[in-house]
Design a protein around this ligand. Structure first.
Ligand SMILES: [Zn+2]
Length: 238
């Protein structure tokens, strides 16, 4: 039996180990990132729609973005059509809504920002899908309420630094990198002297570094284990 239930790891019936968790950043306490998160109010609001599979992923970045940006929302589901909070937000006329999505017909980020200036009474709200690419079409098909949000795409100048997790294309950034890029582009476009969003990359870099360390330790342990097995086999044959 080998279950792994968030924080409670049962390796066999007589061996129950509790792993302390931080329920704010949803990471094991030893790798809690709360101390490096400096929250701020962003010039753009964000609503992240997260697939349930991503919510279980320890290296997902959406929660870090949500905890960093005070005017952001995080909803977890596959079908958002009946989600009353999502529907309420969509009906909110104080916002101009855009969905970050790399469709060929999507507006460029630059054109989107120009459009925003024509509606000075509306605050921009960007919807972001946080899911594996294979899960995105179904999420959109089920969530009829989000299908009419105007799409916006960007062409990042840099490739994702998310080396621990393969991105399908060079234009794909992690969720937190994408959000950082939108705020950064907005500030540059309108000469807004805002720097607090740089903290998003700081949190992200900590996460990447932790995963690199974890992979190294894991690889090293495996190497030691294989060496031990080889040694034991050799002793048996001698
Ligand atoms: Zn934490």
């Amino acid at each position: 039996m080998n279950y792994d239930l968030k924080g409670l790891s049962i390796t066999n019936q007589n061996d129950i180990q509790y792993r302390e968790m931080c329920y704010r950043c949803r990471r094991p306490s030893v790798t809690c990132l709360c101390s490096v998160i400096n929250s701020f109010v962003s010039p753009i609001s964000f609503a992240i729609l997260q697939h349930p599979a991503e919510a279980q992923n320890p290296i997902a970045t959406a929660r870090m973005a949500k905890l960093s940006i005070e005017n952001s929302y995080l909803f977890v589901d596959q079908d958002f059509s009946q989600n009353s909070l999502v529907n309420e937000l969509l009906k909110n006329d104080d916002h101009s809504h855009y969905m970050l999505f790399p469709s060929p017909t999507a507006l460029s980020l630059d054109s989107c920002f120009e459009e925003i200036t024509t509606n000075p009474n509306k605050r921009p709200l960007f919807w972001v899908l946080d899911a594996k690419w294979k899960d995105v079409p179904k999420m959109i098909r089920l969530s009829s309420n989000i299908q009419k949000i105007p799409l916006v795409k960007f062409a990042p100048l840099v490739s994702s630094q998310f080396i621990i997790r393969k991105q399908p294309n060079s234009h794909c950034l992690s969720t937190i990198e994408s959000i950082h890029l939108v705020i950064d582009s907005y500030c540059k476009k309108f000469n807004v002297s805002f720097q607090k969003h740089q903290g998003l990359l700081n949190v992200f870099n900590h996460l990447v570094q932790q995963q690199i360390e974890f992979a190294k330790t894991h690889q090293n342990n495996r190497h030691q284990q294989n060496k031990k097995i080889r040694h034991e086999k050799k002793q048996k044959t001698d």
